[in-house]
Ligand binder design. Structure first.
Ligand SMILES: *Cc1c(COP(=O)(O)O)cnc(C)c1O
Length: 352
């Protein structure tokens, strides 16, 4: 039977999540390995006792907690069921058929998919040879049809960050009425030198068209609960709240996110260990002869080109699940040292 479903969706690939194999070590989705803190589990259990009620649609308590932490007003925050949904909602509020959504490539797979779901046109600007966003080329690619720009920083899957100066001159060059979304899903892992230190919230005060996207899925360890947020001009937040699917940020997620914010110091302390491991893993891979980008996230990117798929398949056979991008490279999550050692053992054997 052929039902009246939008024919343009036929050409869309389904989202491919990181694979899970029973018993294998999963380094494919940039998750944290540690289970949630007891205080977070307790908050979820307490909230579970009330799930006969709808969640607070405005996520008022969470929004207030975030505003206090970030030093912004509640009218500058919109929560969502993962920042993926906020990416999608930013496209919805800006773009439709005939409009262009601009981003670097390769970057987060959600950007082209969600753009096409909206019927808009993805415009992909290649990364530089160092796998960094080419912000000059991106600024040059803005047309009168561009409605939204994503800058993923650190970039998924390459882990690279843009320089503070490049980002500032990009924002100066982009039309001031064009929304630029800075996707900071991995911001907690960034240990920048002076040239790459970006204070997105300060930049946002200077450039009201800048939207900062963050999530509880990565460093805060709540990937399974689905909470993220945008910090944006109240005009953007008002538009985002109109397309927000009612009650989509569930009660358990709201309670857990508040508890995780309360345990911020303990959770963020883990990112120090990941940053140390990231350097160790990168150095060791380079010593083995792998081309490894300069990562500031909780993963590393191996630009293996045509070997990417075979490498990932062999890794699974060795009990380690990594994320291949066929023909381009492989992304490997950096977690705790024994897990990283298991991957390094495979990487050594692949070269042997
Ligand atoms: C993981 C990730 C997100 C966050 O996704 P959630 O929907 O919040 O789980 C957003 N952007 C990028 C680039 C990511 O890698």
């Amino acid at each position: 039977m052929t039902l009246r479903i939008r024919p343009d969706l036929d050409s869309l690939p389904a989202y491919v999540p990181g694979k899970t194999f029973p018993g294998a070590l999963k380094l494919a989705s940039n998750e944290v390995t540690e289970p949630p803190l007891p205080a977070v589990v307790e908050a979820i259990a307490a909230a579970a006792a009330g799930i006969n009620r709808y969640p607070d649609n405005g996520a008022v308590a969470l929004t207030e907690a975030l505003a206090a932490k970030l030093g912004v007003t509640t009218s500058e925050i919109q929560t969502g069921d993962g920042s993926v949904t906020l990416c999608q909602n930013l496209i919805t509020i800006t773009s439709g058929p005939g409009d262009e959504v601009l981003f670097g490539w390769r970057s987060f797979e959600t950007y082209p998919l969600a753009t096409r779901v909206a019927g808009a046109t993805p415009v992909q600007v290649p990364l530089t040879g160092d796998a960094v966003h080419d912000l000059e080329a991106m600024a040059a690619a803005v047309t009168d049809r561009t409605r939204l720009i994503f800058v993923c920083n650190p970039n998924n899957p390459t882990g690279t960050v843009v320089s503070a100066e490049a980002l500032r001159s990009f924002l100066q060059r982009v039309p001031s009425d064009l929304i630029v979304a800075l996707d900071e899903a991995y911001i907690e892992y960034v240990r920048p030198d002076a040239a790459h230190a970006v204070d997105a919230l300060a930049l946002r005060r200077e450039f009201p068209n800048l939207v900062v996207l963050r999530t509880f899925s990565k460093a805060y360890g709540l990937a399974g609960l689905r909470v993220g947020y945008a910090v944006a001009d109240p005009e953007v937040v008002a538009a985002l709240s109109k397309v927000h699917v009612p009650f989509s940020v569930n009660s358990l997620a709201q309670a857990a996110a508040i508890a995780a914010l309360g345990a911020q110091d303990q959770l963020l302390a883990r990112t120090d260990a990941v940053a140390v491991e990231r350097a160790r893993v990168s150095d060791e891979l380079r010593a083995l002869g792998y081309p490894v980008s300069e990562s500031q996230a909780n993963f590393v990117w191996l630009a293996l080109g045509d070997d990417a798929a075979a490498f990932a398949t062999a890794a699974i056979e060795a009990g380690v699940v990594v994320r291949p991008f066929a023909g381009e490279g492989v992304r490997v999550t950096v977690t705790v040292s024994d897990e990283n050692d298991a991957f390094l053992a495979f990487a050594r054997s692949w070269k042997a």
